[in-house]
Design a protein around this ligand. Structure first.
Ligand code: ACO
Length: 427
């Protein structure tokens, strides 16, 4: 059986044979299909990229029907249970699990880059007192490009590695500064004796004590959540990272754009939207009425549905387990019962079953973050920190891919045909 596709153009009666590689045909091969010498050739029309692969990638594998997620071939469940976030960040960037010596050197280097330039602190102080931390986060990440102008040399592999380390190391510090600014509290400098998430908790919650001691259960829970959010192949923000990066801009500027894409309520902003929705529903008794409203087309069940997963999001299962671990320490988030009831009803309802709508990673994560003391505005920032490791690894892969060029989709023009300009007095 030949790996080809035979296409007959009924406009001309001509037949073409197109190669099939890895289950795909090349869109540019369709350009051969033309009605005449001045025809540009056939193009594909795929708004929102429902069925178009934009790259070849060896980083993350998802099987949306089976609910499988793997980073570099390792199942997310094993990584979530046995690894830690810094090791996962190493895995995403380098493609293999580190030896002990490699891990120690990596963790040490990241730790030694956690301190932002002092002017970053001053820059962040300039935001309004109630600035949304995600807006603060994405603008500050963009501003980093002005502190590291050598980051423009994206052809230098060693410089790219250094910017990746800086980003992974500094995003928790920037996120914590954004949080402290919102609270009106002084910024806390990094503590290099603590773990990646332990130090983050210290920068967030340290008050007058000389040394902050993170609760080991909360430190681990946050680390697990970071592992689960580290990468998710060609989602909206990662495509933004690759798209912006394809112009050969520095990684800080590209990452600011990726973070902006994550901010939206249909993407990483969903965890904040879920909590608002749960608070609005208010009690378990109101759940059936809310579901009825959603089914009538009035609003969405936030935290449900996914472009790729058409079964239970494997991350959502793990987040649910992590919630129990956290609630044992913090006490149960009272909104949990509403979430459980929403899930129970939705999973039995034909509207959701027929559309294959299941809880996604954002459905339960906000409940944990709220129980840990985070305000809702911080939820998407907590997503952006680990996703930085994914964004930067995807960016690196794109730059190493000889097939990639500046990203530039085509369009189907639907506007007015050519017409002559009319002077304003004559319109
Ligand atoms: N609640 C109710 N109905 C929904 C939901 C939902 N959460 N999600 C999808 N649907 C319905 C749509 O209305 C549509 O119904 P129709 O066929 O009757 O018109 C059908 O299911 C298919 O939905 P699409 O919008 O075509 O699916 P798409 O792949 O474009 O959207 C998305 C995926 C954006 C995630 C969507 O499911 C959604 O908006 N969910 C809520 C927001 C959310 O939780 N986002 C987080 C995603 S995970 C992440 O980014 C980390």
């Amino acid at each position: 059986m030949a790996d080809t596709l035979t296409v007959t153009d009924n406009r001309t009666g001509k037949t073409y044979e197109l190669p099939i590689t890895d289950g795909t045909v090349r869109a540019t091969d369709l350009r051969k299909i033309r009605t005449g010498a001045d025809d540009f050739g056939l193009t594909t029309y795929d708004p929102a990229f429902l069925n178009t692969a934009s790259c070849r990638s060896a980083i993350t594998y998802i099987d949306g029907d089976q609910g499988i997620l793997e980073y570099r071939g390792y199942p997310i469940e094993q990584l979530g249970e046995q690894s830690n976030f810094l090791e996962v960040a190493y895995l995403l960037w380098f493609g293999h699990l580190p030896s002990q010596a490699e891990y120690d050197a990596w963790a040490r280097t990241i730790t030694l880059h956690t301190m932002p330039h002092e002017n970053i602190k001053k820059f962040m102080e300039g935001f309004r007192y109630d600035a949304h931390p995600m807006g603060v986060f994405l603008s500050t990440v963009g501003a980093l490009s002005t502190f590291y102008p050598e980051a423009k040399q994206i052809g230098d592999a060693e410089l790219r590695r250094i910017q990746a380390i800086r980003l992974i190391a500094k995003v928790p510090s920037i996120a914590a500064y954004a949080f402290r600014h919102l609270k009106g509290q002084p910024f806390v400098y990094p503590d290099n004796d603590l773990s990646y998430t332990g130090n983050f908790l210290s920068m967030l919650f340290k008050m007058t004590e000389l040394k902050y001691q993170p609760h080991p259960v909360l430190e681990r829970a946050l680390d697990v959540l970071f592992i689960l959010h580290a990468d998710h192949e060609q989602n909206c923000s990662t495509s933004a990272m690759r798209g912006i990066g394809s112009s050969q801009v520095d990684p800080f500027s590209a990452l600011a754009g990726a973070a902006a894409a994550l901010y939206g309520p249909l993407h990483g902003g969903a965890n904040e939207a879920v909590l608002k929705m749960l608070a609005e529903i208010g009690s378990v008794q109101h759940v059936p009425a809310f579901i009825k409203k959603v089914k009538a087309g009035d609003g969405k069940l936030m935290g449900f549905g996914h472009r790729v997963y058409k079964s239970y999001d494997p991350r959502a299962k793990m987040v649910k387990k992590t919630a129990d671990m956290v609630f044992d320490v913090t006490g149960r988030n009272p909104l949990t019962d509403i979430a459980l009831e929403l899930e129970r009803i939705a999973l039995e309802d034909d509207y959701f079953i027929s559309r294959k709508l299941y809880p996604n990673v954002d459905f339960y994560s906000g409940l944990i973050y709220q129980a840990m003391g985070f305000p809702m505005e911080m939820f998407t920032v907590l997503f952006a920190i680990p996703r930085t490791a994914g964004w930067i690894s995807q960016w690196e892969e794109m730059l190493r891919d000889p097939e990639q060029k500046i990203s530039r989709p085509r369009q189907v023009y639907t506007g007015a045909p050519r017409r002559d300009y009319v002077a304003i007095a004559n319109r």
